[in-house]
Design a protein around this ligand. Structure first.
Ligand code: AMP
Ligand code: FE
Ligand code: FE
Ligand code: ZN
Length: 296
């Protein structure tokens, strides 16, 4: 047995491994501890909490993971933009107090509030929706997004669920949409690396794909990996990016993108191999996994 082969090293964590879940610290519908409990109930043994632009759920999720004998990987899904295309950068094992990354995520979160107010004002011209309706659907301090506006539309009886809201009123083609501040993907990747973290592009073969040129720049800047296992990735795009990942020896992950009742995604529906998680752990230096007490 050789330490050079990550598949043969003893792991302090167990599979199945799901590295992309959301709580109500952003746009998931459950508290961090409930997300951990749901992942455990689905058989997941190792999970990362990856709320949009915030680490506010880490402490609660870590404590819940210990209570469930699971391994917790600190994470976040950072908002970025490649021109008009939204790009999501998953970040693992970074230092949550690193000033530059902290300043940028605070700026994104703050701008998301004004942007949500503008969207609500636009919708309010045609539908009985007010800002207070959205506030009522948002956990205090949570990263605000269109899902909270969707929940307010549901509470008002204007639509039946989040998906109907996203397919209709919240879709940019309907004219109510407003964007929010986000850095370009290269800046996001550099900030995550600067905080000791491992950047992985979320659902890179989904509908809003970044340009091949942008992706090449990210790889040159030290991109860690690609989330190739995700229900929104297309088969063709995934096959193409898998070849790219092999060529550049990138980490490849698979995850659920669980949002509680906010999306049909189920914890563990896509998973990451132990060898790939080991590569993330070997590289991440800004924070540490929280292992089950028994495995130490
Ligand atoms: P925002 O970042 O505020 O523009 O909102 C986008 C977020 O909404 C994404 O991160 C998804 O988590 C969520 N989302 C996108 N489409 C849907 C959908 N059809 N149903 C529920 N949530 C969605
Ligand atoms: Fe989300
Ligand atoms: Fe995403
Ligand atoms: Zn996500």
């Amino acid at each position: 047995m050789t330490d050079a082969d990550p598949d043969r090293r003893p792991h302090l964590f167990r599979a199945p491994i799901d590295l992309h879940l959301h709580s109500n610290r952003s746009d998931g519908t459950e508290a961090p501890a409930e997300v951990v409990a749901q992942a455990c109930a689905e058989g997941v043994a190792t999970l990362a909490l990856t709320d949009h632009d915030t680490t506010a759920g880490w402490a609660e999720a870590a404590a819940a993971a210990v209570a469930h004998d699971m391994t917790f990987i600190p994470g976040m899904e950072m908002s970025a933009k490649d021109g008009w295309r939204s790009v999501h950068v998953l970040a693992y094992l970074f230092d949550p107090t690193e000033p530059d990354l902290l300043a940028e995520t605070s700026r994104i979160r703050d701008d998301r509030i004004g942007r949500a107010e503008r969207i609500v004002r636009n919708i309010g011209r045609d539908y009985p929706l007010r800002w207070e309706d959205v506030v009522a659907q948002t956990d205090p301090g949570a990263t605000v997004g269109r899902p909270h506006i969707a929940d307010a539309l549901v509470a008002r009886g204007i639509v039946t669920d989040r998906s109907e809201a996203f397919d209709g009123i919240l879709h940019p083609r309907e004219g109510y949409y407003e964007g929010h501040y986000a850095p370009d993907p290269l800046t996001a990747v550099e900030l995550v690396i600067g905080a000791g973290g491992v950047p992985v592009i979320a659902h890179p073969a989904g509908r809003e794909r970044m340009s091949a040129q942008t992706l090449r720049r990210l790889i040159d800047a030290g991109l860690g990996g690609l989330e190739l296992g995700h229900r929104e990735n297309t088969a063709e795009g995934t096959a193409e990016l898998r070849r790219l990942a092999e060529r550049h020896d990138l980490i490849v992950t698979g995850s659920s993108d669980y949002h509680g009742a906010g999306k049909p995604n189920v914890p563990g529906e896509h998973t990451t191999t132990p060898a790939m998680l080991q590569r993330i752990i070997d590289r991440g230096s800004g924070s540490a996994p929280v292992y089950p007490v028994r495995a130490r």
